[in-house]
Design a protein around this ligand. Structure first.
Ligand code: ZN
Length: 542
């Protein structure tokens, strides 16, 4: 079996790996390259494999640097199955269409210049129609379902705690008499985050392909950043100013709303301090709707909120804004308020208009809650620029600027090491991807010296033959039939309790005669029912 690294190798974006077994070709992720113009040009190159020959694409999560080239893959001939969690599929539906929109308008803009210069026109990377066509190949699953995708391959998604639906991928490949287990960490989150669960730990693997975005960094605690956020909002409100928060539409925006919901609804906040909070981002609004539909994947705290009848994405002083007219009105309103708007690095979107109308006013505050790439307007402001050119005007920068790093959705160095050290059986090798080289190198040193595991930092295009070693597949070891029966009984117990609370039923639904061969399908069905129960709960919550 070979694994080839076609993206996010010695860089963060463009996640794309190809596994070739004697029977199948499996892609893991098909992300977009993002960053400088040079890097983004790579999106337009032909794939270094024939998309028609790919049997499966397994998607770890919906972020565009993991999913953004799926419409191109389908346009170029892919007709296989796209396997992801349900929440990832639902988020991809809005993200891929949004991405297609951006591609189309980029091409229009480029063509205007080209026509004037007498050059031939360019085509967008893909269109809305391509994005829509790719959605029909998706097959959604829940976490922990055992999925057979052919006689030789089984997979299972574990929660990566990075964004809604994000997964760690466990992949078992059978070749002849040998079985190999490969684990892709996907993007790992930090524990103790709002809404979503903590990243899960994995029992064992022969080989691990692991992210290393923050392999050389340790984050400020999330609670510190949340406390500071509330303090800045209140301080700015009391002096009559507006708070601007550039925010990634998916994930970060919902976490912010969740934290603000907690503050305004679970504390004795004086009425006059409940200033209007506006979410001004069409994609952010649609993404919040997708979140609501996938509440089964939320953490215990957030699910309990919902079960008590509190929707964490609504509170009395929160308003969602979709139309452009309303967005424009916000800048005429002269009262204290918070505007959460995208894009997160202020490189595009409505936030740029809000910045233009607010940067000059020393009463206002600007809060960054995510990574600001080199060259972005966000980074320029963070670096202390006194004037910026924005939408054709030169604007004075006089407001207060804050950077709250505790909101990062990626595991830091400490968490990455902790995650890897929790494998009960040491992996034979760890491949470090999804990180700038210095960051991967810093992590590699610790893994080799402290955990004694061999690491490889592959480069784009590297092809590595994974030796064949015998490891039991989940069918026989990970899930001994005794453990399986216990798990299923626990799940049945949980479901039973929920029904019991709803309908006050006392029927005994256990059945000792359930045949062992049905355990897997029964377990998968139970996970689906639990998801549907949660959907029901969100529907009846306010
Ligand atoms: Zn991600």
């Amino acid at each position: 079996m070979d694994i080839q690294f076609f993206g996010s190798a010695k860089m963060v974006t463009g996640s794309n790996f190809l596994i070739t077994t004697d029977k199948s070709k499996i892609l893991v992720d098909c992300g977009m390259f993002q960053g400088s113009n040079e890097i983004e040009k790579m999106n337009f190159l032909d794939f270094p494999f024939d998309p028609k020959e790919i049997n499966f694409l397994i998607l770890t999560h919906s972020h565009i640097d993991h999913s953004g080239r799926i419409p191109k893959l389908v346009k170029d001939g892919f007709r296989g199955r796209i396997i992801s969690t349900k929440a990832t599929r639902d988020l991809c539906e809005i993200m891929l269409k949004d991405s297609a929109n951006i591609q189309e308008s980029d091409a229009r803009w480029e063509n205007k210049k080209r026509i004037r210069a007498g050059l031939p026109e360019v085509e967008p990377l893909y269109t809305t129609a391509d994005a829509e066509a790719s959605l029909k190949y998706f097959e959604p699953y829940y976490y922990n379902q055992d999925i057979n995708i052919g006689d030789d391959i089984s997979i299972r998604f574990k929660d990566a705690g990075h964004i809604l639906g994000s997964s760690i991928l466990e992949l078992w490949v059978k070749e002849g008499v040998s079985n190999t287990k490969i684990v892709f960490s996907g993007d790992l989150g930090m524990p103790g985050r709002p809404i979503i669960n903590n990243p899960e730990f994995i029992e064992d693997a022969d080989y691990v392909i692991m992210e290393s975005t923050y392999g050389d960094t340790i984050h400020e605690p999330f609670e510190e950043s949340t406390k500071e956020l509330i303090e800045i909002i209140n301080r700015t409100a009391l002096r009559g100013g507006t708070v601007l928060i550039p925010s990634f539409a998916i994930g970060r925006t919902q976490e912010l709303i969740h934290e603000l919901n907690k503050y305004y609804e679970y504390n004795d906040v004086e009425e006059y301090m409940k200033i209007p909070i506006y979410v001004d981002s069409p994609l952010g609004v649609s993404a919040t709707e997708v979140f609501v539909k996938n509440s089964y994947d939320f953490n215990k705290e957030t699910r309990e909120m919902i079960l008590k009848g509190d929707n964490p994405f609504t509170f009395s002083n929160l308003r969602y804004i979709k139309s452009q007219e309303e967005s424009i009105l916000l800048n005429k309103a002269n009262y204290p308020k918070v505007i959460i708007s995208s894009s997160g690095m202020a490189t595009a979107g409505r936030i740029r208009h809000h910045l233009k109308h607010n940067l000059w006013n020393p009463l206002n505050s600007l809060i960054f809650i995510g990574y600001q790439a080199e060259g972005s307007l966000g980074r320029i402001l963070l670096n202390g620029a006194k004037k910026v050119k924005l939408l054709g005007e030169e604007i004075n920068v006089a407001l207060e600027i804050y950077d709250l790093e505790g909101f990062s959705a990626h595991a830091d160095q400490k968490m990455l090491i902790k995650w890897l050290s929790r494998f009960s059986k040491k992996p034979k090798k760890v491949f470090l991807v999804h990180g700038e080289e210095e960051s991967s190198k810093a992590l590699s040193d610790i893994i080799e010296n402290e955990l004694n595991i061999e690491t490889i930092i592959p480069s784009i295009g590297d092809k590595i033959n994974i030796e064949k070693d015998y490891v039991e597949m989940w069918k026989s070891t990970n899930m001994s039939s005794l453990k399986l029966k216990e798990d299923i009984e626990n799940e049945l117990g949980n479901v039973y309790n929920k029904f019991d609370a709803l309908f006050n039923r006392t029927d005994d639904i256990y059945d000792d005669k359930v045949l062992e061969k049905n355990y897997h399908s029964l377990k998968n069905k139970l996970i689906e029912i639990q998801g549907q129960l949660m959907d029901l709960n969100i529907l009846i919550s306010k």
